[in-house]
Design a protein around this ligand. Structure first.
Ligand code: PMP
Length: 444
């Protein structure tokens, strides 16, 4: 399989990071928070796949829902106005659970096309309001918004740009709110003020708010290194966008579905964005699906006389019945106790990782709920990063693997954690204990 994989299966990011030098690692089984590899080794999955298997592996009710739906009806296309019961029910239940007037749902295949879809909806919205010159999109440094071409342009990681002709000339960024390495320091109020000023300055640069369509932001920056904004940052930015009549889009592809506690991280921030994009935990890794949540005031502008969104946009697998059936089964699990368990385990995870703060290699421990990071440094005072050449991320990943732990090792020395919400206290304690071992081995 390793040989066939090398010859025929493309996995671009892994190759670029050097993960594949030793060959692909096969996973064969998953149960709860644990996975088994091709050699029969059991590992605790501290990253829930790619921060997506929020409900855990091998949940019988999810398997049963998918099987039943495949047997009854595997497909129905919205293109001809056809629908399926699970898609309608899932949209209605999600709309009910989403903050404020985010009452309308468009289903996609994953996160990148959820981001792309919002870009198209936003543009359509400003056209419908007779303001087509509002075209510029602003995102945040260290942000990640997918790897579709337009999404990659909003993504702030240069490896996703070089050679791809993005960002487009309508895509712009302001500095991140990173509290650990912010040039304005770590005072929350100063960071909030700096971000507000940066957004206002960027808007001015672009000729004023009459040229700016939307501001795109993650409630916690994920792929940029799990950077948590200061309390009140999201609310301050949301308020500024409302004042300027710029649409505010929260990209909750990682943060939704219990990752930080509630179904939507925006609920904890007390804000209602104009759009929310989601994927990952929506179907918990069992099948692909994403969802765009659109607020009613936006929807009313783009809806036609029959109350339908008459936009030239759609995909064959939008609102796929089997994905929707899985979404409903997963939502039942979240609302039936899994969110609550995730909250309790999240506190244990944060406390456990914080207890490693005194380790000589640990510069920063941060996160919320079941989303956390440790930033490694060689000097706590200067915050000097571990030289990538000496300790490449792949080596730390390998070391963790040998300890029976799957984590994410970001190239610049950040360890990422996003375990399944079904973890037991023992699972969390294992994640912390094995991390300590990895840190000790890295120090040697
Ligand atoms: N937005 C955010 C915030 C993400 O973290 C990701 C994926 N990590 C995406 C969009 C893209 O999602 P996908 O990989 O499902 O296309």
């Amino acid at each position: 399989l390793v040989e066939l994989d090398r010859n025929h299966l493309i996995h671009p990011v892994a190759s670029w990071r050097g993960h594949e030098q030793a060959g692909m690692r096969l996973l064969t089984h998953g149960q709860g928070a644990w996975v088994r590899d091709g050699e029969g080794r059991e590992l605790i999955d501290g990253f829930a796949g790619l921060w997506c298997v929020n409900a855990g592996y091998g949940q019988p009710s999810v398997v049963e829902a998918a099987t039943r739906q495949m047997t009854e009806l595997c497909y129905a296309t919205g293109y001809f106005g056809l629908g399926s019961e699970p898609a309608v029910r899932l949209a209605a239940r999600l709309a009910e659970a989403a903050p404020g007037d985010l009452d309308h749902v468009y289903f996609t295949l994953g996160g990148s096309d959820a981001v792309d879809s919002t870009i198209r909806f936003v543009r359509y919205y400003w056209h419908a309001r007779g303001l087509p010159q509002k075209q510029h999109f602003i995102s945040v440094e260290q942000g990640y918004h997918g790897s579709s071409t337009a999404g990659a342009g909003l993504t702030a990681l240069s490896a996703f740009h070089e050679g791809f002709g993005v960002p487009y000339d309508w895509q712009h960024r302001i500095p991140t709110h990173d509290l650990y390495r912010n040039p304005v320091g770590d005072d929350p109020q100063a960071v909030i003020e700096a971000s507000r000023s940066a957004l206002m300055a960027k808007v001015e640069d672009l000729g004023g708010a009459e040229h700016v369509a939307a501001f795109y932001v993650e409630p916690i920056q994920g792929s940029g290194g799990i950077l948590v904004p200061p309390a009140g940052w999201m609310a301050a930015m949301r308020e500024l966008c409302a004042e300027l009549d710029i649409l505010f889009i929260a990209d909750e592809v990682i943060t939704a579905f219990g990752r930080t506690g509630p179904l939507f991280a925006c609920a904890d921030e007390g804000i209602v964005p104009d759009f929310i994009t989601t994927a990952k935990g929506l179907t918990s890794g069992y099948v692909p699906m994403g969802a765009v949540f659109m607020s009613d005031h936006v929807y009313q502008v783009i809806a036609d006389g029959a109350g339908q969104a008459a936009v030239g946009h759609g995909q064959t697998y939008s609102a796929h019945p089997v994905s929707a059936a899985v979404g409903l089964a997963v939502l039942d699990l979240y609302q039936g106790g899994l969110l609550e368990n995730g909250r309790i385990m999240g506190e244990r995870l944060q406390a456990g990782l914080a207890s490693l703060s005194d380790h000589p290699l640990v510069g920063d421990v941060r996160g919320r709920g079941m989303l956390a990071a440790i930033e490694l440094v060689t000097d706590k005072k200067t915050k000097a990063r571990i030289p990538a050449a000496a300790q490449p991320a792949t080596r730390i990943f390998d070391r963790a693997w040998d300890q029976g732990l799957v984590l994410r090792a970001f190239g610049w020395g950040v360890l990422g954690y996003a375990p399944p919400l079904c973890c037991t206290t023992d699972d969390i304690d294992q994640i912390v204990a094995r991390t300590k071992k990895v840190l000790d081995l890295t120090l040697d």
